[in-house]
Every structure is written in C-alpha cells, then in structure tokens.
Design a binder for this molecule. Structure first.
Ligand SMILES: *Cc1c(COP(=O)(O)O)cnc(C)c1O
Length: 382
C-alpha cells in the first residue's frame, strides 16, 4: 500500500511540546491556567480584536454566540447553506429554525442578493431573523462588506464563522472581526490545531466575559457552587492552549505553505479547460486552507469529479467532495431556504485536493500527475 496522503493533517512546530511540558511541570492541566490567557492574548492581537474566549470547539463557540444574542425556541437564524454542519447544528440546540441562503459563484460563500431576499421574505412572513451566520468556506473571504451592509441595514446581528479562515483577510481586516461575534476552530484538520478547540472573539467585553462564565458551568460567586444560569462545559484546557500558543508562532508560515500548495495546483491545471478554482473577491486574501477544484465533465469528455476522486483513492490519496449543502441534508429537511442552484453544482462537481502544509512537493506532483493523466487519457481515448 502506498503511503497515505491526507487532505489536511496536523502540522506541529517546535514549541508546542515545550508549552505542553510546562503545563505538566506546573500542574496547570485543567481548563484554567496561564496558557489559556496567553493563547487568548495571542489570538486577540493577531486578529486585532478586543476580546477572546478559548473554548473546547468551534461548534461550542457558535452555540455560545447564539445564546449571547438571545436566540431561543421559535426564533429564526439565517445561515450559509454551503457549509459544514457545525455551523448550523447549534441553531437546533437552541430549538430555533435555520433559514438557509445559497452561495454566489465567485467565492462560493453567501450570496448578498439572496441574503436580502431571504430577510425581506422572512419579515414579510411575520418573523425578523434573530441572527445571521456568515461562513468563510475553505478560508475564502465571503463578500463580507456587502453582507455586513445588508445585515446593518436590517439591524440583524452577525456571527462570522471563520472556523476555516484564520489568517484570511478582507481589505486588510482579519476575517472573524467583521461580525458582532466571530468564531475560529482548532480542530485537527484546520490550518492550526489545539488537537480540538475553538475560540469566540468580539469587541464586546461583556459578551466575552459572559461566554467564559457560561463555558465553565455558570458558577456564581460564592464559596459553594451557586447557579442562576444553565452552564456548559465548553472551556479549552490549559494543555490544549499550550499547543495553540506554539501553533500561533507558525501560523503565518502555514498560510504561506498552503498558498504555495494552491499556486502549484493552479499552475498545473491552468491549461486544462474543465478544471476551475474559486476566486478571492476584490480586496480579499484567502489562507487557502484547502485547495478546491470544480470538474466540468462536459469539457472533459465525461470525466467526473467522482472518477478523479476514485483514481486518487486507489493510490491511497485522500480527496473529498465539497460540502453537501445544508438545505439538501435530511436532518434539515423542511427548513426554509433561498437557493439559486449554485451550491448544488459545487457539491456535484467540486473536489477538495490534498492541501496539507506538511505535504512534500514530490507528493503533490504525484497528485497532480494522477489528475492530469485521468483527464488527458480520457481526451486521447475520446
Ligand atoms: C470545523 C468547522 C466548524 C466547527 O468547528 P469544530 O471545532 O470542529 O467544532 C464550524 N464551521 C465550519 C465551517 C468548520 O469548518
């Protein structure tokens, strides 16, 4: 069996194990300790935002964001349809209703025109959406200026899901800092990892304080355990935060590496009609967490995305279809949705290619050759 090539695997630097060892040596191994604050400070200063809470996952961060915005049973929350289920599952935790909005074709993120249509229609039907969750998928900035302008016009708060987009920016401002609240994920396959973890960021100090309170079981000040709120066990551990501190030191290097991976794929496939990429919006900069392609079978004598995926799988190379839109997921059956067909085409034709910052150039050349062979052999046979 050939050596496994992963879509995106953890890539540690040299400092992580030192920070973890320090946590052991000082016995700060629980969800309290100096690494937590230092990691939060590193995240706030990197993103140039006031306040940050380090949490157990990106999903937990979205859940707390919805609670802070007062989302409750019966409320409606707008969310990008083209995303990972972690973006919208927390809407269900609050017994609220997700309202899905489709993508535009340039960045593959939420379509501003459809967002406006959705808001106007929900208001006409009698319910103003309580919040909007805007996702920056695969690290690619959404048209965040236009989306924010619409949200502000209707005075609906925004949660920015930048789980995949740490380090990406738009007009020089980091993604995750445009909304009223922003979230990041440090799951194992993201651009940096804490083994598992997430963060909630905001300029609103009270919200972040409250998030930390809720994330540690909502203990009121008292010598015994006194509770006046329902709490959660959502805090990051000091050990994980130690890993995060080390990862923050190599983040810019990881972004540079991921973007190099993207450029090599782009150059290799530029001449192949029928393979296309998503694009940074004007003023946008993507961390290129994953390189994604669209395979147009009509221009490739019938070669489909799935055939390319299987060719790679046979060689022990992991690739993956793009996210299946939430409005097509059985679990969200019946949720209101505002669609244009864009995300359905992305799901049908799209493929994520191995994009790890620790993938060697030789390995990437092997992936490129296999895709190229599959495409040209079909052309020659045809
Ligand atoms: C990974 C991810 C999440 C959830 O983050 P976890 O840390 O895995 O809970 C949410 N949204 C998107 C777009 C993601 O990719």
């Amino acid at each position: 069996m050939k050596e496994k090539v992963w879509l995106s695997s953890p890539h540690l630097g040299t400092e992580e194990s030192k920070f973890v060892q320090e946590a052991f040596d000082t016995n700060w191994v629980s969800p309290v300790g100096p690494h937590l604050e230092a990691f939060e400070t590193a995240l706030s200063s990197y993103n140039d935002i006031g306040y940050c809470a380090a949490l157990s996952s990106g999903t937990a961060a979205i859940h707390l964001a919805l609670i802070l915005l007062g989302v409750e049973r019966g409320d409606e929350v707008i969310c990008s349809s083209f995303t990972f289920s972690g973006s919208c599952n927390p809407i269900m935790y609050q017994h609220a209703t997700p309202v899905f909005v489709d993508s535009e074709a340039e960045t593959w993120n939420m379509d501003p025109a459809l967002l406006r249509e959705a808001i106007v229609d929900r208001i006409a039907k009698g319910k103003k959406p309580k919040a909007i969750i805007i996702v920056h998928l695969y690290g690619m900035p959404a048209k965040i200026d236009q989306l924010m302008a619409i949200a502000r016009e209707f005075e609906i708060p925004v949660i920015e899901d930048a789980a995949e987009a740490l380090g990406s920016h738009f007009q020089g401002k980091k993604l995750g800092t445009f909304g009223d609240l922003g979230i990041f994920s440090f799951n194992g396959n993201k651009i940096i990892t804490t083994s598992g973890g997430g963060a909630l960021v905001s300029e609103n100090r009270e919200w972040i304080q409250k998030a930390k309170f809720l994330a540690t079981q909502a203990r009121d000040p008292a010598p015994h355990y006194e509770h006046s709120h329902v709490g959660y066990n959502y805090r990051l551990s000091n050990i994980s935060a130690g890993i995060g501190r080390g990862q923050m030191m190599v983040l810019n290097e990881r972004i540079r590496q991921r973007r190099s991976v993207f450029v090599r794929y782009l150059n290799a496939f530029a001449a192949i009609e029928g393979i296309t990429f998503n694009h940074e919006p004007a003023g946008g900069f993507s961390n290129r967490w994953l390189t994604t392609i669209l395979v147009n079978a009509d221009l490739l004598e019938g070669t489909t995305r799935e055939e390319i995926r299987l060719v790679l799988e046979k060689e022990n190379i992991e690739s993956r279809p793009l996210w299946k839109p939430m409005h097509l997921q059985p679990v969200f059956n019946g949720a209101p949705s505002y669609t244009s067909g864009v995300s359905e085409i992305l799901f049908r034709d799209g493929l994520c290619l191995p994009s790890g910052s620790n993938m060697s150039e030789a390995t990437q050349e092997r992936v490129i050759a296999l895709v190229g062979e599959r495409v040209t052999s079909v052309k020659n046979a045809g």
